[in-house]
Each structure stands twice: as C-alpha cells, then as structure tokens.
Design a protein around this ligand. Structure first.
Ligand code: GLA
Length: 772
C-alpha cells in the first residue's frame, strides 16, 4: 500500500511540477503534498488532479467530423460532455479550419444549448425534446445516453465515402453507429443507423430513427405531398412554426397512398428553380414512416426521419443489431433545379435498378380490355404494338385463377395459374405469339395479396394478415399476405420464379400492390412468440428479402413498381425496380402536374407515362405528355383512325430519337404550371449539344395564349450555335417555329424562344440541335 502511495506521489509531483505553473488551482495542493507528505494531502491532490484531467481531456479530445460532398458540409462535433452534435449544415466553406469558429457565432449557450442539435438524440436522460431513439433496456429501465466513442472514414471510390460514428451508452451496454454515405459529385447523402444490443437479454426499441439532422436558419418552408388514388403528389407548403409538424403513414403496404416519404425544406425563403437553399429528402422505406420537423426554442429545425414508431416496438435480442432504413437527401444553395438534377444523377448512377440502361416502350392492355380478354383477343393486340413500333406487350390483371376466375377484382387473387378458359394454351403460347408478331411480352402480378375468394385463402388462411376474432376489412376486395412469414416469402418468390422458369423469354414484370393492411395481425409472429408490434417492420423486411432473392437470380429483368397507381414509390424499393407507375390517372392535364412534382425526386427514366383514352384531349397532347418519361400505350391500336395511327407510328420513332436525353439528360423546369397558364420543361444532353423542350397550355380559357413572350432556355452552351425545330407535329398541321434559323446559346438562354402555345397549339415539343 505504501509503495502504491509513494509511486502515486512521485507521479503526482512530476505532473504537478510540469503543470502547476499554468494551473493555479494545483499550487496549494502541491505545497500540501510536497511539504507535509500526508495521506490527506495526497487524496486532496488526487481529487483535483483527476477532475482537471477529465476537464482537460474533454477539451483536448473535442472531435470534429466533417461529412462533405463537393458542395456541402455537415459538421459534427463532440461537446464538453462528449456528446455528438451538429454544428453546421449547408454550403461547404472553402477553408475547412473555419468550421471550428461556427459555434461561437451562435448565442444559444444557455441551459438548453447543445441539447437540440444532438446528432442522434436519446431519451430518458437529459433530452426533453423529440428523440431519435427511445429504448427500454433488458432490466426495464428506459434511459439512454449516447457518448462519442470513435469514428472511421472509408473512401470507397473517388466519388463515394462512408463515415461511421460509434456512440455508446456509458451505463447500459448499447451501441449506436451512425452511417453517412456521401456521393461527392451528386451532393447526395445516405444516412442510416445501427443499434447494437450488448446487454444480456433482449431490449425493446420504441423509436429508432434513421437520421437526426439540425439546421440553424431563420425560417423553414416545408413542402410535402398529399394524395389518394388517381390524384397523387399534391404539394402543400407550410411555414414551420415552433412545435412539431410530422408527416407519416400507418398504412403498412401501399404506404404512400395519402402521404409519400418525400419532401423538401427551403431555408430562409422558398427556393425557386435557380435560387435558394433547399433540401430534398426521403425515407427510403416501403412501409410506415414518420418524419418529424421540430422548430425548437432557439429557432433551430430538428429533423428526425425513420420508421414510424406507431405500433412498432421492436424486440432486439442480445448480441443482435438492428439496421434502420436509409434517409436520403441532397442540399443545394442554388435552388430546386440543381437539387433535383443531383438526385436524378445519383439515382441513375447508383440507386435505380439499371439506371444507366435502356427501357422498353410498351403497349399495356389494362385500359384497353380490363378483365375482358382471351388469348385470341390478346394475340390480336400484339399486331397493334408492332404497328406503332413499341418494344413490348404488357398483359395486365385478369389472366389467372380457375376455381375462382379473375374476371373482376373480387376473386382469384393469389391463384397464379393461367385461367384455362381465357388462356387455354398458357402464358408460353402468348410469349411465342408476341415474339412471332415482333414484340416482347411482359406480365402483371400482385403477389403480396389475396382475395378471400381464392384457393390460396381457402388453403392458407394462416398466411393472411387478419384479426382471427374480428370481421375482415377489405381494400379493393382483398387482403394482404403475411410477408413476415418465411413460408409466405417463399410463396411470393415462387410465383415469379415459376413464371420465369416456365417462360424464360418473359421480358417484363409489373408488380402491383393494391391493398393496405387492415387488422394488422400475424399468425406467424404469434406462433413464433414474437410481438405483433414487429409486423409492420418485418413485412417490409420480408418484401425486400423476396426482391433481393429475385434480383440475385434475375438481375436484369425490367420491373415496374406499381401500387394502385403511385402508392409505393421510394428509393428503398427502387433498388429492385427499373421504373414506377406514378398514377392510374393518365389524363394528360393531371399528369403534367403530377409528373412535375415527381420530377423533383425521380428521374424521368423511372417514370412510366402511358397514352390512354382516360381523357378526351387530343392524341398529340396525350402523347407529348407521355414522352416526358418512359413512354407507353394503353389503347386499342386498331381503334385509331388513319391519321392517329400515322401520328402514333411517327411519335414512337420520334421518341426513340430523343429518349436518350429524356432518360439520361439534365432536366430544367422552365415555366411552372402552378403559377402560369403554361408548363414548360426541357431535357438537355450532358455535352449541351442537344435538347428537347416540352410546352403545354394548362389553362384553356377563351382567347388564352400561353406564350406572349419567349421562354428562356437553360442547360445550353452560350457559345454554341443551335437550330430549333418543332417535332412530333400532328399530320396535317404546321410547325410553329422556323427550323432553319440559327441562334446562339446565349440568345436562347437570355432572350429565349417562343413555342407559340395557344388554344390551337396546346402542346408543342421543340428540339434544339447544335450546329457545328
Ligand atoms: C392497379 C394498377 C393498374 C392496373 C390494375 C389492375 O389499379 O394501378 O394499372 O394494373 O391495378 O387490377
């Protein structure tokens, strides 16, 4: 004991001599220690020394972690208690050393300071605002503190970096790791979190957000979307005031029907196409989500995005971890146009399945026949597909079910065998006939769902999500299968696998999802003694497992994501899909507005637009609108008159000549139809040699002329020379611009060009070509 004391005393004397000159508080203790050599003196000194060490350590070890892209920075920093906070978000500073000076510029250092800006706000300890994480430990205690432990930055390639930051509760054995994946060029960040249970027994996760961000600006304008079947993507902008605004869904499947997990926040003032600070964000999760926007008492905006905690407490077994879905966002200080182009480039290069590839134009039979077809009728439609020149025929709903034939949406769903009276020779025959007619063949499925009037329901009622003791509630006459159950996952995988195995030349799948989850209850979870509150999460995990398996075996088959229209589009699902169906509403006027809103978040190559008979607007108008994405048809070609047929053939050929710019070019929104009688947007090629401009009259009041003035173009080269010609002109009508006149890019971007849109020319497409 004496040896230990004398050893400590020696060390203490050494440290004190070194530091006492600068650390006045030590002086008296040092004297006491050296003069009296008393144990009491040593104790007193040790206490002061350890306290000082801790104090010094806190400052010495303050950690700053920059999460940077080419244009932006999110700066994380530990505070004196080693908690991780966000000290900056926005445009990157040119001198990175200046980030250290940021916090000093904010007079928020009162008792609440440092609480609001936490990088992953825990609950049950010091935090009194909305948490990012809320858990109950194995012993029933509900407190959590998270302190910074370490971080690691891994450069994946020239453009991509992954930073992980480990936080730990000093009292309970729980680790949280925050992940930030950045794409420098596209200025996109993907953020997710893993929660690791190192306790001896299961812990309960009550809330487990993907991301927790903090912004320090003056005003916040949140644009989010509401919708329903046939009227998806209606924007609403709220000025965020103090308190919490949340957007969420509890629908389980078809989760975006009323509110998608997609939003934008403008800082200080509403962003326009080319000006303003704006964040575009989305939770990449095809299930229940909740995104909280909390303006705190310092006027900071706390953003917490993740799986909806509603009825979703998740039990995490000892030694297991839980990975949240990703929150994806991009920030621009140059307005919405740049922000959305960044997101498009990121999606095309890194997220959307086969984003850089090609797509199939198609003829769908849904609106042409609904359920009323047989193989002869279908075969007769193939010729029409070939005649107008599309790549593929897509057979929609109604081809299956025998005991309960799928002749309406009331029966047959779940029984994935060809209906023998409609298709006596099976799908194989149709694939062959389509090939003979010169087109590929694709098929519609809705594999996650079941009609109670089906053999599947009769045989496997335990596979259906329903409350056993309550009456069933139907959405479009159907119920949802229990994808938390691995047997059901196998069944769903098997539907597609069997079809592909039998028909290897099948070229396309439209994967639909028409019901929400009512009476959420899983017989499987019950049997496994797992809590029902895992259902919403395990459903989506089960769905992704099936899609993962399918993609492992069929990596390239194009698949359209559909959910009774646009009820389920997000970047979680789009890893497995090549495209999505934005809405069953194909009225081109509605589509102009809808596609406009979708275009902030998704590239045109992913957006399926079909020409149908839904509206009575001219075929040219319908066709032009469908061209602004992945074009398809849903009409009976034989019913077209000679001029319409001639026009449609020419339209497909025209589309083929410009589709590359639409699919992989840069989108510029020129005139906003919400504020003008005109919608105008353009796509230009990366080398600025080629562009296409779409213009529509959206207000057909008497004498309306949408373009008294020219429209200034964007995305060209001021020093290049161009011609502008009108394309997709309806037979017998005349182009409204002079195709031989040569303009400079400077002229076209400064003065502009007039597409001459009026009541007689409601839709005009212009093509801009560089003159070399
Ligand atoms: C949903 C889809 C439609 C069509 C029908 C078939 O409503 O959105 O495109 O496939 O199902 O039942």
């Amino acid at each position: 004991m004496n040896n230990i004391i004398s050893g400590l005393r020696q060390k203490a004397c050494f440290v004190i001599k070194k530091s006492s000159a600068v650390l006045l508080p030590y002086r008296s203790a040092t004297q006491e220690l050296t003069n009296k050599h008393s144990t009491a003196g040593l104790k007193k000194w040790l206490f002061i020394f350890l306290a000082s060490c801790l104090w010094l350590q806190n400052f010495a070890q303050q950690v700053t972690i920059p999460i940077e892209t080419a244009g932006n920075a999110l700066i994380l920093q530990t505070d004196k208690l080693n908690r991780l906070g966000i000290v900056y978000f926005g445009k990157k500073l040119s001198d990175a050393t200046e980030y250290a000076a940021i916090t000093k510029q904010y007079n928020t250092q009162d008792d609440n300071a440092g609480i609001y800006n936490n990088a992953y706000t825990p609950s049950g300890t010091w935090n009194l605002v909305e948490p990012a994480i809320q858990i109950t430990h194995a012993d029933g205690n509900a407190s959590l503190e998270l302190k910074y432990i370490s971080h690691n930055t891994n450069r994946i390639d020239d453009n991509t970096t992954l930073t992980s930051i480990v936080l730990r509760d000093p009292v309970y054995a729980v680790d949280v790791t925050l992940f930030y994946k950045t794409w420098a060029k596209e200025n996109v960040v993907e953020q997710w979190t893993t929660i690791k249970n190192n306790e001896k027994k299961a812990i309960q996760l009550q809330k487990y957000a993907s991301a927790n961000l903090y912004f320090m600006k003056n005003n916040y304008y949140l644009t989010h979307y509401n919708g329903g079947w046939g009227h998806e993507m209606n924007p609403e902008t709220d000025v965020l005031s103090h308190g919490i605004k949340s957007i969420d869904t509890k629908l389980g499947t078809r989760a975006n029907l009323f509110e998608p997990p997609t939003f934008m926040v403008s800082f200080n003032k509403p962003a326009t196409e080319d000006e303003g600070n704006v964040l575009l964000g989305q939770l990449a999760w095809s299930g229940n989500f909740k995104i909280d926007f909390e303006v705190d008492s310092h006027n900071g905006l706390r953003l917490i995005a993740g799986i909806n905690p509603y009825a979703s407490a998740y039990s995490l077994a000892a030694a297991k971890d839980f990975q949240t879905p990703s929150f994806i966002y991009t920030f621009s200080s140059n307005g919405l146009g740049e922000a959305s182009r960044n997101l498009h480039h990121w999606a095309i290069n890194y997220r959307l399945l086969d984003g850089k590839g090609q797509r199939l134009t198609l003829l769908n039979n849904w609106e042409a026949t609904y359920f009323g077809f047989d193989e002869n009728k279908l075969a007769s439609l193939f010729k029409g597909a070939k005649d107008i020149g599309v790549d593929m025929f897509l057979l929609d709903d109604g081809w299956f079910g025998n005991k309960h034939p799928r002749n309406a949406d009331t029966a047959g769903l779940g029984d994935w065998q060809e209906n023998v009276s409609k298709l006596p020779h099976g799908l194989g025959y149709l694939v062959k006939e389509a090939k003979a007619a010169g087109v590929k063949f694709g098929i519609w499925v809705e594999p996650e769902m079941v009609n109670p009037k089906s053999e599947l329901y009769e045989k496997h009622i335990d596979w259906v999500l329903r409350q056993p003791e309550r009456p069933e509630t139907y959405f479009r006459n159907q119920l949802v299968l229990d994808l938390a159950n691995p047997e059901v996952q196998n069944f769903v995988y098997g539907i597609l696998d069997t079809i592909f195995t039998k028909n290897p030349e099948l070229a396309f799948v439209k994967w639909d999802c028409n019901a929400v989850i009512y009476n959420a209850y899983s017989a499987y979870l019950q049997k496994q003694n797992l809590p029902q509150s895992q259902l919403y999460v395990d459903y989506v995990k089960g769905l992704y497992k099936v899609l993962e398996r399918l993609r492992a075996k069929y990596p390239t088959i194009p698949m359209m994501l559909c959910s009774g229209g646009g009820g389920r589009v997000d970047y979680g699902a789009l890893q497995y899909f090549t495209e999505f169906w934005p809405s069953d509403n194909t009225d081109p006027m509605e589509r102009i507005f809808m596609q406009w809103e979708y275009s902030y978040f998704y590239p045109a190559i992913a957006t399926c637009n079909h020409i149908t008979d839904w509206s009575k607007r001219p075929l040219k108008f319908r066709t032009d609108v469908a061209m602004m994405g992945k074009m398809g048809y849903d009409i009976v070609v034989n019913n077209l008159d000679a001029k319409d047929l001639q026009f449609s053939k020419q339209a497909v050929a025209t589309y083929n000549s410009i589709k590359e710019i639409i699919w992989h070019g840069d989108l510029y929104r020129l005139v906003n139809p919400k504020e003008n009688p005109l919608a105008s947007l353009m796509f230009s090629s990366a080398d600025k040699s080629h562009a296409v401009i779409f213009n529509y009259l959206v207000n057909d009041r008497y004498m309306m002329t949408a373009t008294p003035t020219p429209i200034a173009l964007k995305g060209l080269d001021a020093n290049k020379k161009y011609t502008v010609k009108e394309i997709n002109v309806y037979p017998g009508t005349f182009p409204g611009v002079n195709p031989t006149k040569v303009y400079s890019g400077d002229f076209l971007m400064t003065v502009g060009i007039n597409p001459n849109v009026n009541l007689g020319r409601t839709s005009v497409i212009l093509e801009v070509n560089e003159v070399k």
